[in-house]
Design a protein around this ligand. Structure first.
Ligand code: DX5
Ligand code: ZN
Length: 219
């Protein structure tokens, strides 16, 4: 499976968001990851559909929108209309996960599921036919710049095994604490798409950082 880099704009400079998005696009980013937080599911509030729509106007890259919000069903239509390409929801706040995934698909985006570090992989067992990407959180969601939780490497290996034995080939995205120094280990454990916020936006040269990440996940 192709290995991809998805910079999270949570760590970008919001005073010049267009410039930041264009800079990571030019630097080799494959997706733009946008973190939506509601102050309920996670202890932080970020941005909404207006920023997704603004991002849609300044890049051709797919928009990978990570909903860390309660009642996601109420907002799916709006986030897809705003330009989300992939829409990720958390089963911890979805009463009817399969219905939510189907709704995302029917509205024209790619449905994805994100698991918090403590949420078991068996949560995915019965919805695999409805999911086009699985996101393993490698920090507890809410903030950029946190440290990668090492126990998540084992979770990634187990997910890979679970998908292989079910004959399912959906990409595994990894989010939280991904930096140049750990990306090779995360890739070997099963990661395909690597979200990185501070690991890219807090470095001086985005192109050099993304090139180094790509080199390390290719080897
Ligand atoms: C965390 C968010 C992440 C965050 C990652 O709750 O889901 O996407 O931006 O930031 P870093 O890469 O700095 O851990
Ligand atoms: Zn995220």
């Amino acid at each position: 499976m192709k290995k991809l880099i998805a910079p999270s704009i949570l760590s970008a400079d919001f005073t010049c968001l267009e410039k930041e998005i264009k800079a990571v696009e030019a630097a080799g980013a494959d997706y733009i990851h946008i973190d939506i937080m509601d102050g309920h599911f996670v202890p932080n509030i970020t941005v909404g559909t207006q920023i997704v729509a603004a991002a849609r106007r300044c890049t051709k890259l797919p928009l990978d929108v990570h909903l860390m919000i309660e009642n996601p069903d109420c907002y799916i239509d709006d986030f897809i209309t705003a330009g989300s390409s992939v829409l990720t929801v958390h089963p911890e706040v979805c009463y009817h996960l399969q219905r939510t995934l189907k709704l995302i698909k029917d509205k024209g985006a790619r449905p994805a599921v994100a698991l918090n570090p403590a949420t078991p992989l068996c949560t995915l067992e019965h919805i695999l036919p409805d999911v086009e990407m699985i996101l393993i959180m490698t920090v507890n969601p809410g903030f950029g710049g946190q440290k990668f939780i090492p126990a998540m490497l084992q979770k990634l290996r187990q997910l890979k095994e679970m998908l292989d034995s079910a004959g399912v080939t959906v990409p595994i995205e990894v989010d939280g604490g991904i930096v140049v120094d750990n990306i090779a280990d995360v890739s070997r454990a099963g990661g395909d798409i690597f979200v990185s916020g501070s690991g890219i936006f807090k470095t001086a040269d985005y192109a050099q950082t993304i090139a180094e990440m790509k080199k390390r996940i290719a080897s």
